[in-house]
Design a binder for this molecule. Structure first.
Ligand SMILES: [Zn+2]
Length: 105
């Protein structure tokens, strides 16, 4: 797996951490592009926003800057997000996302 190859910040895909127990951490293989820290890799469930659509990928390996927290995604991940968001590839299932204001109306 090639990391870092693309970063969500540089594309039209935003990402949101869905914090689940981190497994299979691999540390110290890459230097962060944004600071002097290293990038740790985790297998996680991660939500991405592609234009106005959300896509969740499960069990994807992502990189996280140990010091600065910048997140790194492989090109494969971003291509999968785009394919599902645009209907090129069907999702395995769909979950609904609750929406609310800070205080109830
Ligand atoms: Zn960093």
């Amino acid at each position: 797996m090639n990391l870092p190859s693309l970063k969500a910040r540089d594309s039209h895909i935003d990402s949101y951490l869905d914090r689940s127990p981190r497994q299979n951490a691999i540390t110290g293989l890459y230097k962060c592009e944004y600071c002097e820290g290293t990038i740790n890799r985790f297998v996680e469930r991660q939500a991405f926003k592609h234009r106005s659509r959300f896509v969740i990928l499960e069990n994807v390996t992502i990189g996280v800057g140990e010091t600065c927290g910048n997140r790194y995604y492989s090109a494969d991940i971003l291509h999968a997000v785009e394919a599902v968001a645009t209907g090129v590839r069907s999702p395995e299932r769909t979950e609904s996302i609750p929406v609310a204001h800070l205080k109830p109306n």
